[in-house]
Design a protein around this ligand. Structure first.
Ligand SMILES: [Zn+2]
Length: 285
């Protein structure tokens, strides 16, 4: 990902993740407070009583209030409002390198922008949050009673599972959608100019989180690839690959969840001889 675009996406994602972390922390404390109030058997395990059931239903309502709040709406707005900014940044980079965006491409980019804005609102809608966070949290609290947990084990279980649901959701959905959007714009612009060579750009070696980039990205990064070669990549499997990846969506999904790489179009005159030789060897040129 070009640095300025990557920074933009990271800033928006982190802001949303931070907000969701607060919601997750609120939910975690709320549930643990409740676990301490639940009725237990003589052996100390949680028990299914009417009182416990209604206490647990109270947690569900508490969590719904978190994501129905004004603060949550505000965070969603910030994410949606970043979509035109990302487009501008990608377009600027493209113009610097390749000179022009043709008039006929603009309606295509406008359609894409509208679609991604709608998708993002859908992804961060009350219904999605209900399905992907509230429902699993409810399932977790139900399990506390049905699973013969002791109170202490129940608390460990909640500490481990609940915050993750909020932060993973925020990371994967916001980051991945914005990265895919940014790459889709590049794909459309490359198509417009008939550009068929792409440099696999972005981080090499250890990431800022201390872990190494995935093998798939490591194998391709810093090299220039022919479009026809890239279209064959989805035939392989690798860790983190998004299941819907095919010869068209590879240009948007690339390495998959949390991948921070992109395919930067390269003018034919700038393609290294080694890339041309490799494409010829593979019978694609
Ligand atoms: Zn990657």
């Amino acid at each position: 990902m070009a640095t300025n675009i990557d920074t933009l996406i990271r800033t928006v994602t982190n802001d949303f993740v931070e907000g969701m972390e607060k919601s997750g922390e609120f939910a975690r404390r709320n549930i643990i407070g409740l676990v301490r109030e639940l009725d237990v058997n003589e052996d100390g395990t949680l028990i299914a009583t009417d009182r416990n059931s209604s206490l647990i239903q109270g947690v569900s309502i508490g969590i719904q209030q978190v994501t129905a709040s004004f603060a949550f709406e505000n965070r969603v707005d910030k994410v949606v409002n970043s979509i035109p900014d990302i487009r501008k940044a990608v377009e600027r980079n493209f113009i610097v390198q390749h000179g022009i965006i043709k008039g006929e491409t603009i309606p295509i980019l406008n359609n894409l922008q509208t679609r991604v804005e709608n998708d993002m609102e859908q992804i961060l809608s009350a219904q999605t949050i209900e399905n992907e966070i509230h429902q699993p949290v409810s399932d977790i609290t139900q399990q506390l009673i049905l699973g013969n947990f002791s109170q202490e084990k129940a608390i460990d279980f909640v500490n481990e599972k609940v915050p993750n649901l909020f932060t993973q959701f925020a990371h994967v959905r916001v980051d991945t959608t914005l990265q895919q959007y940014s790459r889709s714009i590049t794909q459309i612009l490359a198509e417009q100019e008939g550009l068929i060579w792409f440099k696999y750009s972005g981080p090499t070696g250890p990431t800022s989180l201390g872990n190494h980039i995935r093998d798939f990205c490591d194998d391709h990064v810093d090299q220039v690839w022919l479009k026809a070669e890239i279209e064959q990549w989805p035939q392989q499997n690798w860790d983190g690959k998004i299941p819907s990846t095919n010869s068209f969506t590879i240009f948007q999904n690339l390495g998959g969840y949390n991948c921070r790489h992109d395919l930067t179009p390269v003018a034919a005159k700038d393609v290294p001889q080694s890339s041309i030789d490799r494409a010829k060897r593979n019978g694609l040129l």
